[in-house]
Write a protein that binds this ligand. Sequence first.
Ligand SMILES: O=C(O)CCC(=O)C(=O)O
Ligand SMILES: [Fe+2]
Length: 253
Amino acid sequence: MQSNNAKAVIVPLPDPLLASASEQLDRAAGTGAGVSGPSGAATMPLAEEWLDSLAEGLGEKGWLELDLNDYLPAGLLPALANEVAILHQTEAMARAGIGRGTDLVKDRSVRRDRIAWLEGFTEAQAMLFTFLDALRDGLNRRLFLNLKRFEAHYATYQPGDFYKRHLDSFRGRASRVVSLVLYLNENWGLEDGGELRVFDSQDHQQAVGMVRPTAGRAVLFLSEEVPHEVLPANRTRFSIACWFRQDEVPLPL
Ligand SMILES: O=C(O)CCC(=O)C(=O)O
Ligand SMILES: [Fe+2]
């Protein structure tokens, strides 16, 4: 059945078509996933020096690799990994596409992953949202990005799945501004493949980093500036992709 809930704004990056691809995003705009930080009072203080180092990394080269093991509450990563494994087993994940809603194009030559949006209703998701909100606030205080909300989805890549080089957003859209991808597989070895390859924000052809998608590792980058690609994995790869956005929560219809 055609599902309505796969709402990712995903922009493939065929280099010569970079500009025209933003039209695709135009069509896709305006129907956010509707997921935002918790409205309750829950907060999670994050170390100021750590936030400083994130802001510095984003400011200097546009991206950085992180180890979140020491910053997330104990037990959160396994709980999230458990959730996505269940979603995966029950085939509750929808094929990811490019664009949003009715414009969604399922182009298997660009991306092959499957996704499920986080709503914040489970304890683990609520805890992650509290963390994401603290991160949003910490980045705003340092970089004056005016990030208003975030959205997040689980993604699964089965063996052979990939996501070709792309940007998550286009400059000036005030939509997705900062991306965070968080990995959930325990003991992901080099032989498992599935690395995130990161490209230079100036020279989009030049690879500048490879991130091994193992539990607790994460990558933070400027959505509009840093091209990246997911290399084919040799076993099922679990992650959460989050985007901090500058636009407001869409009004209910
Ligand atoms: O899973 C990853 O490493 C990156 C995923 C990604 O680029 C995306 O969902 O836009
Ligand atoms: Fe991406």
